[in-house]
Design a protein around this ligand. Structure first.
Ligand code: BES
Ligand code: ZN
Length: 597
């Protein structure tokens, strides 16, 4: 037996699944999906066949002629879940499994109507990356096994279902008071890209191939915010080759969504915190769209090669912004990314194996290993290659890379072999070994300089030294500039400085969450009482881990803000996603260490 993914029971000696037929009944009352999956194997097979499952109740398994297939569970592993071992009779080509998900399925978040925008209908959505697909369907849950799929999804009749797939019609009343949405996903995808959402959803067209879905109260705002999307798709096609997924739709989720965006094919899932009102946070769209090439077409073989997804995509996101909004805008994005990178390296320690690009996550939960390192260290490594080859030559390389590996899942080493073939000597010239296999930041990291950046950092340093900028000097800045300024300020300021900032820049009332959270982090960490209520509102509303981590950490610095954090967490706990809860709890565990020291 041979396993190749530290987070899956998939055995390379066994046949691969090539297609799934999902037959789901979404039960809001019990917070379960009930139904079956039929797995189509690449060839008729016999003997042991292992699947990944986590918190699934399996009722029965049978083959194409209805004959029972015996099965047994392996032991429970806290990260991987349980292996489901089926013993296939000779000639098995189709396996149907009847099952029910648990109300604890990590991939699913369920909302009572009160927690939605409209307050009248329930809502649910899935988030399968990194290894949670196995909590909604028994499958070979590794990116090495790509599958196409069909689905029939029965939901209460007032609600709509969307998936990371093409719509294939709606059937009335499979059961009383229901509608059944049909889907077809012809392109093979890794299981972490399965996705579903059900709720009171409406859509607006943005172009012939792009549309946004959201609750009715949000859909017009969202349509304005994402109005540039067709231009982004066209730009990305010019850079990376044809868009291969037919449509590019987007879904705005409730604010409890633990991420900024998720690149589910044909249907990017998004936090509503990207809707700033002025299109200032559309880099998230550029990022998720870019995954249509780097990630969804060329996919990491396992989470040990996650940088192949996120490093290339972060680099691509900035190339798209660069083409649409110019180099000034992308230089600021690189600076903002540098800050996130420094923080992640500091959190793990610069000699931690988690700071390598190529990781070894056997026994490590990928959600615990998550950080900005694969994104920002990865994107800097790609930039070094780009600078070494020259932009034109590197762009040709990128198109060749995507074309060579489209619809496959590859390792760092497979990437390196292709790089050596196409750009001989490039890897050695940039010291790829240090970037990929050694911790910390190599000495030849690229530097992104701009005058504007220097100016903003200088203004922040002057401010910290007691020199007030003229309000106009900052008021005319766009959001990224203001964010760079705030990020360059000390983490603790005196009351007069904080008063000045809020009075002159209106920070507590900002609609741009990047700015709002950066400000609240400084203010809360400075024990600045006037923001406490706004901090509470944000923490009770938003589940995006990128915002929860700094805010809860900042609240840990003083006794009274620690008490506030504990109180807010108790109040909000039930409504957080389980992943968000884990992040907050790990932050709060460190509170007591600080008190003791
Ligand atoms: N694929 C990621 C989100 C993800 C990663 C979910 C790992 C689960 C496990 C997505 O593309 C992403 O990177 N989102 C970022 C967007 C940002 C970098 C523009 C986010 O959520 O903040
Ligand atoms: Zn990403």
């Amino acid at each position: 037996m041979a396993t190749i993914d530290p987070h899956s029971h998939y055995d390379t000696d066994q046949p691969r699944t090539r297609h799934l037929r999902l037959n789901w009944f979404v039960d809001f009352e019990n917070r379960q999906i009930n139904g079956s999956v039929t797995l189509e194997l690449e060839k008729p097979s016999a003997g042991f066949f292992d699947l990944d499952t986590k918190a699934l109740a399996i009722r029965s398994a049978y083959g194409q002629n209805g004959e029972d297939i015996p099965f047994e569970f392996g032991g429970e592993d806290p990260i991987l879940g349980r292996r489901l071992r089926l013993d296939l009779p000779e000639g098995t080509a189709l396996i149907t499994i009847d099952y029910t998900t648990s109300s604890e399925a990590v991939a699913l978040q369920w909302f009572e109507p009160e927690l939605t925008l409209g307050k009248r209908h329930p809502f649910m959505y899935s988030q399968c990356q990194a290894i949670h697909a196995r909590t909604i369907v028994p499958c070979q849950d590794t990116p090495r096994v790509r599958v196409s799929y069909n689905a029939a999804v029965t939901v209460p009749e007032k609600l709509a279902a969307v998936m990371s797939a093409g719509p294939a019609g709606i059937l009335p009343e499979r059961g009383p008071g229901t509608r059944t949405f049909l889907f077809h996903m012809p392109q093979p995808v890794p299981p972490y890209l399965f996705a579903i959402a059900v709720g009171d959803l409406q859509s607006r067209d943005l172009s012939p191939r792009a549309r946004v879905w959201a609750e009715p109260g949000m859909v017009n705002k969202a349509a304005y915010e994402f109005g540039e999307v067709e231009q982004m798709i066209a730009t990305a096609e010019r850079l990376f080759g044809p868009y291969e997924w037919d449509r590019y739709d987007m879904l705005v989720l409730p604010p409890a969504f633990p991420y900024g965006g998720m690149e589910n094919p044909r249907m990017t899932f998004l936090t509503p915190t990207v809707i700033a009102g002025d299109r200032s946070l559309v880099d998230v769209i550029a990022h998720e769209l870019a995954h249509s090439w780097t990630g969804n077409l060329v996919t990491n073989a396992s989470m040990d090669h996650f940088w192949l997804n996120e490093g290339f995509t972060t680099w691509a996101e900035r190339r798209i912004l660069d083409a649409i909004h110019g180099e000034k805008a992308s230089a600021l994005r690189w600076a903002i990314g540098q800050k996130a990178l420094d923080e992640s390296v500091a959190r793990f320690g610069s000699d931690s194996p988690l700071t390598k690009l190529r990781t070894d996550l056997k026994g490590v939960d990928p959600d615990e290993a998550f950080s900005s390192i694969p994104y920002e260290k990865g994107a800097r490594f790609v930039t070094l290659l780009e600078r070494h080859a020259g932009r034109e030559r590197f762009d040709r390389f990128m198109r060749a890379y995507i074309n060579a590996f489209r619809f496959t899942s590859i390792t760092t080493e497979e990437f390196l072999a292709f790089l050596e073939q196409e750009l001989p000597g490039a890897a050695a010239a940039v010291n790829a070994d240090a970037w990929l296999y050694r911790p910390g930041m190599p000495a030849n990291a690229p530097i992104f300089k701009s005058e504007q950046l220097d100016e903003l950092v200088a203004a922040a340093e002057a401010f910290a030294a007691g020199e007030l900028p003229s309000p106009q000097q900052l008021a005319n800045r766009d959001s990224s500039e203001l964010l760079v300024f705030l990020q360059s300020l000390p983490r603790r300021l005196d009351r007069a400085s904080l008063d000045w900032l809020d009075q002159n820049l209106g920070l507590t009332r900002r609609g741009n969450y990047e700015i709002l959270v950066e400000w609240l982090t400084i203010a809360a960490g400075s024990d600045y009482e006037p923001v406490f209520e706004r901090v509470r509102e944000v923490l009770l509303e938003v589940g995006r881990m990128k915002y929860l981590r700094p805010l809860y950490s900042a609240l840990g610095k003083q006794a009274r803000t620690r008490a506030l954090a504990r109180e807010i967490y108790l109040q909000g706990k039930a409504n957080y996603h389980s992943l968000s809860r884990r992040v907050i709890e790990s932050v709060m565990e460190k509170y007591s260490e600080e008190v003791n020291s």
